[in-house]
Design a protein around this ligand. Structure first.
Ligand SMILES: [Fe+2]
Length: 385
């Protein structure tokens, strides 16, 4: 998405004969978004990417809704989600609506016997702990703690984890996730006032051509079902590609905070947007420098958004008793604000060390059965003095 990239070997023009050294023609695949009207990439495969051998029975993974209509401030203990060996089984949807799934995952083992393709949604995977690489037809994307990994809808991938301690906060978005349009000029370049820059964005490297045939399982997610497809060719059999559509990563540690003399509103922390939500990154920063400034946020009613905060690290200044991996949900329809004492505590402070990721959805979120298992049921009373 961020800008034009090319890897490996590609022919001088699109849609012309591209011969293999030992005879035959490479299989060209155009991977395009929004019909043929938005970003796309062109991939050159050793083998046609259409050779389906078998389809197994699909598996329903629809979220199990426990609370359909919510008007209560909620808190979930994300680190109470138990680690699970398998990546797909580790993904627990906790909050959901027609546009977005919010997922906590703690997978222990690398994906070795299957690939995954999410054909419902773009994914933003925030890496809370663990290192490894995301492998795709575009190459290898090495990642570490603090990275947001953006995986476009329809990208077949495999995670290789360096260890067994992996914690992820995942946002699935049915609408494409883009940088905020106000950060970009008309050519798509990030502007000077953007809190991040092209140099902060990491793209797939080390393109390896897996010229292999056999039995390769791609678990395809579509309409909340997983369809196990068996293909004859390895999905990462590209000799080259170019375009704008590929997974990429950028670190919360590379987000440059925008600060002011008085409290700055949440959009200064924004990272991505869709037509149905926004995401933000809260990072260590100098506090407001008006002599009477209150650095803690004011009480607020964001009447058109459900607000989800995922606490990553540091001392979150507006909240009491917040743990790493904790989620708060402050729904539209209710006022929320700093916890008792937080306003007074913040006056005169010079900086904050907090790290958090925020998701504001424009439709109300539902809670799942998995959410209730890790809920702090008393949270709604936590503003009492
Ligand atoms: Fe808020």
């Amino acid at each position: 998405m961020p800008y034009y990239q090319t890897r490996g070997t590609i022919p001088p023009k699109r849609h012309i004969v591209f011969e293999k050294p030992n005879g035959g023609i490479y299989a060209e695949e155009v991977i395009s978004s929004e019909g043929f009207s938005d970003i796309y990439s062109i991939v050159y495969h050793e083998h046609a990417p259409t050779q389906v051998m078998k389809i197994e029975e699909p598996i329903d993974i629809s979220p199990k809704i426990a609370i359909d209509k919510n008007l209560q401030n909620r808190s979930l203990k994300g680190f109470n989600v138990k680690p699970v060996d398998d990546y797909l089984q580790s993904r627990k949807i906790v909050l959901t609506n027609d546009d977005v799934n919010i997922i906590i995952a703690a997978p222990k083992k690398s994906m070795t016997d299957y690939f995954f393709k999410n054909s419902d949604s773009d994914e933003m995977i925030f890496i809370h702990s663990g290192t490894g690489s995301l492998n795709t037809v575009y190459g290898e994307l090495n990642y570490k703690e603090g990275d947001h990994i953006i995986i476009p809808k329809g990208t077949t991938y495999q995670f290789r984890f360096d260890g067994s301690d992996n914690r992820m906060f995942i946002v699935e978005s049915r609408q494409p996730m883009k940088f905020p349009s106000r950060y970009m000029n008309k050519y798509g370049q990030l502007l000077e006032h953007s809190p991040f820059h092209e140099r902060d964005i990491r793209t797939p490297q080390n393109l390896v051509n897996h010229d292999e045939t056999g039995d390769f399982i791609i678990k395809i997610k579509r309409n909340d079902m997983i369809y196990p497809y068996h293909y004859q060719a390895h999905p990462f059999d590209a000799v080259g590609w170019d375009g704008y559509l590929y997974p990429f990563a950028f670190s919360i540690y590379d987000f440059e905070p925008l600060t002011g003399r008085i409290h700055q509103p949440p959009p200064v922390h924004q990272t991505f947007e869709t037509s149905a939500m926004v995401t933000c990154a809260f990072v260590p920063r100098l506090y407001d420098y008006h002599p009477s400034a209150i650095p803690a946020p004011y009480h607020h009613s964001n009447i058109d958004s459900d607000e989800v905060l995922y606490y990553v690290d540091g001392d979150f200044m507006s909240r009491n008793n917040i743990q790493k991996g904790q989620i708060t949900l402050h729904p539209m329809g209710l006022t929320h604000g700093p916890h008792p004492g937080a306003i007074e505590r913040s006056v005169g402070k010079k900086r904050t060390e907090e790290y958090a990721v925020m998701v504001d959805t424009f439709k109300p979120l539902k809670l799942t059965e998995d959410a209730l298992e890790i809920e702090d049921a008393e949270y709604y009373k936590s503003w009492l003095f």
